[in-house]
Structure formats: C-alpha cells, structure tokens
Design a protein around this ligand. Structure first.
Ligand code: SAH
Length: 355
C-alpha cells in the first residue's frame, strides 16, 4: 500500500486497510505502526482474527526441557554467557533428559523442546541418540541448542528431530556484532538455511528492546521472518540480567514486543507463534494477552525445578508450577477462560499458504 487511505476524518479507513494489509505491509507501514500506539487495538484484534482464521482456537503446548546451561557463547544480554562466573552450571544426563521427556509425554505433551546453552559436551552422537530415544514416545521433537555444523543438523534430523529454534536475535548487523562478540551474523544465517534445507520446521525470532535497537531494525526483523518463510517465530522483550554487561539497561517494552508479534502474525499468517515466557515475566498476564494478540503456542517448562531455576538467562523467569500434571491443568483452565482449548496433535504448521 503506497499511502494510507483516509475516511475524511483523518482516521484510517479500516475495512480497505485491513484487506490491503492482509496482502501487503510495506516497511514504512510497519515502522509507522510500531511508532504509533493509537492503532494498537486495531492491530491486536486483526492479529487475533488472522490467528483464528489460519490456526484456529487450539493452543499447542510444547514441553520445554532446559537440559544444560553450560555455554561457549558470550551474548551480552544472556545470564548463562560463558563469562558469567556466578552462573551455577548444570548439565542433565541424557538418561535423565529422556526420563523427563517420557513423563511429559505421558502427561499429554505432543512436542518436547530440548534447549540449552551452546554446550559441546552434547556431541553429535549424544544429541542424536537422545533425540532417537525421545522419538519413541510418540512426540515431535524440537531442538534449540544453537549453532552447529550442517553435518550435526543432518544427524539430529536423521534421528527424528522435527523442528529447530534459532533466533536471529536482531537483523541489525552492527548491533548483532555488539551483542554477540563471539558469533558471526553470517553463520547464524547459514544455520537457518541449513535447517530449512534439511527439512526442519524452522523457528527464529528476535529480542525487543536491546540497547541501541531501532524501530527500523525491528521492522527489518519482521520482514526477515517473512523473507526466510520462518515456520515459527518467537518474540520476547529483552530483560536486563544483573550478572551481564547489560545489567544497567532498561528492560524491553512489553507492548512493543506484543506489536512486533502481532505484525508478524498478520504477515506470516499460519505459522506457530509462542506466547513467550519473557512476556509473562514483564506482565503477570503476559502469555494470555499474547495469545489474544496473535500467539497460538505455549512452552511450559517441564524441567525438574532444581535445574530450571538455574537456567537463568534472565531474572524472575515466570514459572507456572514445577509439577508437569498440575501445570497442565492450570494452563487448560486459564485457556478456557479466554475461549481456547489445548490441542491434541503435534502442532505442525498447517500448510494452507504456499511455502
Ligand atoms: N543457545 C541457544 C538457546 C538460547 S536461549 C541458541 O543460541 O539459540 C533462548 C533465547 O533466550 C535466546 O535466543 C534469546 O533470544 C533469549 N534470551 C537470552 N537472554 C535473554 C534476556 N536477557 N532477556 C530476554 N531474552 C533472553
């Protein structure tokens, strides 16, 4: 859309704008929407409508196991960065990871997400074997373990891994370099391409509110998600961690993160979008709000609490409950209150739009 249509009162002409928007959203429009809060109600309700139309009212639960907080990375914002000497490091043994996954599957989870720092103890073989064991429990498996080689990704995939999450974090190359001194933007892109090539459902996403991040670059992030045809996009506000170099910076803005998420839903339509834990950390109802502004996934933490409290990527990480069954019941009840149900299938991306 070249210019905003007016209904003569100076306000947007909602109906035609909505139609246009579903087909096309220019970078300038995204920037304007992100800068202008007067359109928020319209934006959120459109995102909710698109979510309902393309993914329905079912919410997919993904059981998250944070199995190691050892990390070779030095991401400036992250509490488990290698240089944080105060981090209490842990690593869950493969057999215990498998046991936790089994318990979660028995409780009804249809996806297990294995997340960790970049911990090279988990070699190609250990990781592949672990995935193969978990796949025996009739579940989809998602990995979120950072940057690996094509051969490693291939091996995990051959063992049955279905999905992979690796956020680009920011598409602003300069900011990326500042935030990730030990990493290379092009390698991150290479990872995403490899994962797509190997047939993973591929997830990415960004942080909202990093120091020096601009609205323009957030608009670029959204267009990047569209450009690579991401199957999943996770968006969360930056939360300052006291044991990182960014400890004195303000937290990201909840509403801005919600807007980035809503615009992503409107543009990518049928993808899976989690209501992120970071959103709930900034707002006690964060996840329920997000589910009404475009999200259709929740990732409850099913890690043994003794470990998960140490997976301290940012402070005061929202926790529902440490009991898998209890937390499922709580989630189901909370979802019911907003007219949503828990899905019983694996929750792959529906293939209604062209890929
Ligand atoms: N090592 C894996 C998983 C990282 S943890 C990887 O590299 O992909 C998952 C996500 O937590 C990160 O992608 C990052 O976006 C988010 N995260 C880390 N520190 C954070 C912070 N301080 N505030 C908000 N989100 C954070």
């Amino acid at each position: 859309m070249e210019s905003d249509e007016s209904d003569g009162t100076g306000k947007f002409c909602r109906v035609s704008r909505e139609q246009d928007v579903l087909e096309n959203f220019s970078k300038k429009e995204i920037i304007d929407l992100l800068k202008d809060d007067s359109q928020n109600d319209w934006l959120f309700s459109l995102a909710n409508k698109v979510r309902k139309e393309y993914t329905g009212d079912e919410v997919h639960l993904r059981g998250l196991i944070e199995f190691s907080n050892f990390c070779r990375g030095t991401c400036k914002y992250c509490g488990v960065r290698a240089e944080n000497k105060f981090a209490r490091r842990y690593r869950i043994a493969p057999d215990d990871i498998i046991e936790t996954a089994k318990t979660a599957c028995e409780a009804g989870y249809k996806t297990i997400v294995l997340q960790s720092g970049e911990d090279m103890y988990f070699t190609r073989k250990i990781m592949s074997d672990t995935v193969a064991e978990i796949k025996k429990f009739d579940t989809a498996v998602t990995l979120s373990i950072g940057e690996r080689s094509f051969e490693e990704y291939k091996s995990f995939r051959q063992s049955g891994a279905d999905r992979y999450l690796i956020r680009i974090e920011t598409t602003d190359r300069n900011l990326y370099k500042k935030m990730h001194p030990s990493m290379d933007f092009d390698n991150r892109i290479r990872c995403l391409k490899d994962l797509k090539t190997l047939g993973y459902e591929t997830g990415t996403g960004c942080l909202v509110g990093l120091p020096e991040q601009t609205i323009e670059s957030l608009a670029g992030d959204i267009l990047f998600f569209k450009d690579i045809n991401a199957d999943m996009v996770g968006i969360g506000p930056f939360i300052a961690h006291p044991q990182t170099p960014l400890k004195d910076y303000p937290n990201g803005d909840f509403t801005l993160a919600l807007k980035v998420m809503a615009i992503t839903r409107i543009l990518l339509k049928d993808i899976n979008i989690p209501a992120t834990t970071a959103m709930e950390t900034l707002n006690p109802d964060g996840r329920l709000i997000a589910l009404q502004c475009g999200a259709n996934v929740i990732m409850p933490n099913v890690t043994d609490f003794n470990y998960s409290e140490k997976y301290d990527i940012y402070p005061n990480k929202a926790h529902l409950d440490d009991d898998i069954l209890k937390s499922r019941a709580i989630i189901e009840n909370r979802l019911k209150s907003i007219g949503r149900t828990v899905a019983n299938d694996y929750g792959f991306r529906p293939k209604k739009t062209s890929r």
